[in-house]
Design a protein around this ligand. Structure first.
Ligand SMILES: NC(=O)c1ccc[n+]([C@@H]2O[C@H](COP(=O)([O-])OP(=O)(O)OC[C@H]3O[C@@H](n4cnc5c(N)ncnc54)[C@H](O)[C@@H]3O)[C@@H](O)[C@H]2O)c1
Length: 266
């Protein structure tokens, strides 16, 4: 397909399905050697095999991102298989949508923070020295528009706002190592994390200027750009990929309301 990541090795977490799978397939098609990491082993092996069947390079490795020691093994495995590591995509995440934060238990809070924020922190710690030793590269953290606005998912929202801080601190610290760090904040994407939440998706379509939710490939395209050398001077940035939800969604509703009321003094 292309060569936008030719010669690069990439580790993508949560890549057994959804956005991570789309990123793994796109990265491989653009020349990267890809290490698919997840806790869904069968699905991950299937994705890796499909990428190999297409003539590209991919392996699957079981990695619970909340397990600090497992991160060291994962980065070692990438070096062993690919000879180095240039790109880390911290994509793995879980959801927890509860209308009231009063209903979130300590265990639920901790689990969401462990996977969605501490995991990317462990990943950054484990991978950055190896990316440096491989000649530099990029870290892309998958946040959410929940990390750009408030949201009725308090633990998730807190973790995603934390992703922004982690990203900016990594960008500052690792720039001298020729490592860029950026965050992508998807709007609602058609994946398992929102499966069955039809009312939520419908409401988000209503609030989104583009009038629809995203497909995983649309997020992967943005991640590819930030992972590639095309983004060589881009670091410490937040990129919303949300159909205009965070930037223009509220005013769209003001506009629609005014248009529905003839003579409205907008
Ligand atoms: N789908 C959306 O609407 C949406 C919107 C904004 C942000 N996001 C974020 O995008 C990222 C990808 O989610 P998705 O939409 O593809 O959903 P998904 O549920 O399809 O994919 C998430 C993946 O992460 C994996 N995972 C979960 N816990 C893990 C752990 N402890 N260790 C390793 N892997 C683990 C899952 O097995 C799964 O393969 C997540 O960080 C999510 O928070 C999703």
């Amino acid at each position: 397909m292309g060569e936008r990541l030719a010669g690069k090795a990439a580790l993508i977490t949560g890549a057994s399905r959804g956005q991570g799978e789309a990123e793994a397939r796109l990265f491989a098609a653009e020349g990267a050697k890809v290490l698919i990491c997840d806790v869904l082993d069968e699905e991950g092996e299937t994705v890796a095999q499909a990428i190999r069947d297409d003539g590209h390079t991919a392996h699957y490795l079981h990695l619970d991102v909340a397990n600090e020691a497992a991160w060291i093994s994962a980065v070692d495995y990438a070096v062993q298989e690919f000879g180095g590591l240039h790109v880390l995509v911290n994509n793995a995440g879980i959801g927890l949508r509860k209308p009231s934060m009063l209903d979130i238990s300590r265990e639920e809070w901790q689990r969401v923070l462990d996977i969605n924020l501490t995991g990317p922190f462990f990943g950054t710690q484990a991978a950055a020295p190896t990316i440096r030793d491989s000649g530099g590269g990029a870290i892309v953290n998958i946040g959410s528009i929940a990390g750009v606005t408030g949201h009725f998912a308090t633990a998730y929202t807190a973790a995603k706002w934390g992703i922004r801080g982690l990203t900016k601190s990594a960008a500052m610290e690792f720039a001298p190592w020729n490592i860029r760090a950026n965050a992508v904040h998807p709007g609602i994407v058609d994946t398992a994390i929102v499966a069955g939440s039809d009312d939520f998706k419908e409401a988000m379509e209503w609030m989104t200027p583009m009038g629809r939710i995203a497909q995983p490939e649309e997020i992967a395209a943005a991640v590819l750009f930030l992972a590639s050398d095309e983004a060589g001077f881009v670091t410490g940035m937040d990129m919303d990929v949300d159909g205009g939800f965070a930037g223009a969604g509220a005013y769209r509703q003001v506009l629609l309301r005014a248009m529905a009321q003839p003579g409205s003094k907008i």
